[in-house]
Design a protein around this ligand. Structure first.
Ligand SMILES: Nc1ncnc2c1ncn2[C@@H]1O[C@H](COP(=O)(O)OP(=O)(O)OP(=O)(O)O)[C@@H](O)[C@H]1O
Length: 424
């Protein structure tokens, strides 16, 4: 199912999750968002989610047709180039195509506005990327001559709203103002992969016997934009799902329970490529001179840094803030190519309470606590000695014990997916 435009401009796709946060998004849509878009002359199409997983399946199944419809509509009604578009690649409020004087392929920009929380954003990102990429490397919809952009505008209507909060957007009106002003920045996402074990048959040199060879290529499982975690944070998010009826206090209730029955979580974490480490005496990130600069990681056999565990708390983040006031990874940047690692190994109850208490005080936990280790790196792998659970943007990934279940995180850097811009 595609989107047939009913006006000359291809519509903004307005995805709304009526179940997000305090369930006020439908009211926000009617009272604030629709009047603002109509006042600004922005055509839009509402897509209301009806269940968990709806937004992801919708975009996975329809994104190709939607982009085809967008390209066709732009061919019929090429939008006039504004002064702003002449001067910059971002900006404007309608989905559009632009061409430069140097016969470059036209720029196709699909705009999606999400009225919901991080879970809804996660679903849209995964649906779009999975739909564009297909199930194999030969099935991709993008190539050097066709590089669509998908620009996300996030109207915070969830509980944590980490992405919007990290950009200083805390109200729907602030998000709308930025959308209408056409401001956007790149939103880099993290690809989470696991080993794909496929067995192939090979014939030996004498030609009369076969043997099985196992190839273990990395296979993308999903994409995340906020945080991946292990240990206390993951257990807290997991238990909070069962407490949704409590509303926003469910995370606090779940955290208190998991701190009261604090566990240490066995795993080995490896950082590959160049690494920066927070240096407490100088209060800054410094390049770890023992880390290798050999990259990409396929050429690097040994990790630059190994954290042996056990872990009390582990975050692999792209956003500094997870909810207003809570800033566990203060140096994380939505738009850079780094992953920020916050690791707390083998800490006691008093230590973790103190660390989390200081995480609401502008990064004081990183500055002060000896148990806090903070890194920026390019690729992270985690392996657990027994079956383990990872939290990936609020979803859960159960991993098998040992190398079979090893998971890998890296920032997507495919030049053919100029996908995410965040109107903030
Ligand atoms: N119509 C629906 N009914 C029930 N659940 C839905 C519906 N639409 C989406 N969902 C699911 O609701 C969950 C919560 O949504 P969302 O993350 O947007 O809000 P939140 O959890 O309140 O906010 P945040 O993630 O920012 O803390 C998501 O996992 C999403 O898949």
């Amino acid at each position: 199912m595609g989107i047939r435009p009913t006006s000359e401009t291809f519509p903004l796709l307005l995805v709304i999750n009526p179940n997000a946060g305090r369930k006020a998004s439908s009211e926000q849509l009617a009272k604030t968002i629709q009047p603002a878009l109509e006042g600004a002359g922005v055509p839009y199409r509402v897509i209301e989610t009806t269940a968990k997983g709806f937004a992801q399946s919708y975009f996975r199944e329809n994104i190709r047709q939607i982009l085809i419809d967008l390209v066709q509509s732009l061919a019929v009604n090429p939008p006039p180039e504004t002064e702003q578009q002449k001067n910059e690649t971002g900006g404007g409020t309608g989905s559009r195509a632009t061409t430069t004087a140097t016969a470059e392929p036209p720029e196709v920009v699909l705009k999606i506005m999400i009225v919901g929380g991080d879970g809804t954003v996660h679903e849209v990102i995964n649906g779009v990327l999975q739909g564009i990429h297909g199930s194999s490397s030969t099935d991709s919809f993008v190539n050097d001559n066709f590089r669509p952009k998908v620009e996300l505008s996030i109207i915070p209507a969830g509980t944590g709203n980490a992405i919007a909060t990290s950009q200083g957007v805390t109200t729907p009106q602030a998000a709308l103002d930025r959308f209408l002003a056409g401001k956007s920045i790149p939103l880099r996402v993290v690809q989470v992969s696991q080993r794909d074990s496929t067995t192939s048959h090979t014939t030996t040199s004498n030609g009369d016997s076969t043997s099985n060879t196992t190839h273990r290529a990395w296979k993308p499982v999903l994409y995340t934009a906020v945080v991946n975690s292990f240990g206390l944070h993951c257990a807290t998010v997991f238990d909070a799902e069962g407490l949704r009826s409590l509303g926003n206090v469910r995370f606090k209730a779940s955290a208190l329970k998991n701190i009261a029955f604090l566990k240490q979580y066995q795993a080995r974490v490896e950082l590959f490529g160049p690494v920066q480490k927070y240096d407490r005496p100088s209060h800054q990130l410094v390049t770890d001179t023992t880390s290798t600069t050999t990259f990409p990681q396929e050429q690097q056999q040994q990790p630059s840094v190994t954290l042996p565990g056990p872990f009390t708390y582990l975050m692999i983040a792209k956003q500094p803030s997870l909810e207003p006031g809570f800033v566990p990874t203060p140096f994380a940047n939505t738009s850079d190519e780094w992953l920020d690692i916050l690791a707390v190994q083998d800490a006691g109850r008093g230590q973790i309470l103190s660390i989390l208490g200081d995480a609401v005080k502008e990064g004081l936990h990183v500055k002060q606590h000896k148990k806090v280790e903070y890194y920026k790196t390019k690729v992270v792998e985690i392996e657990t000695p027994t079956q383990g659970r990872l939290c990936v943007d609020g979803e859960f990934l159960d991993v098998a014990a040992g190398p079979e279940g090893r998971a890998r995180f890296e920032v997507v850097s495919d030049p053919n997916i100029q996908l995410f811009h965040l109107s903030v």
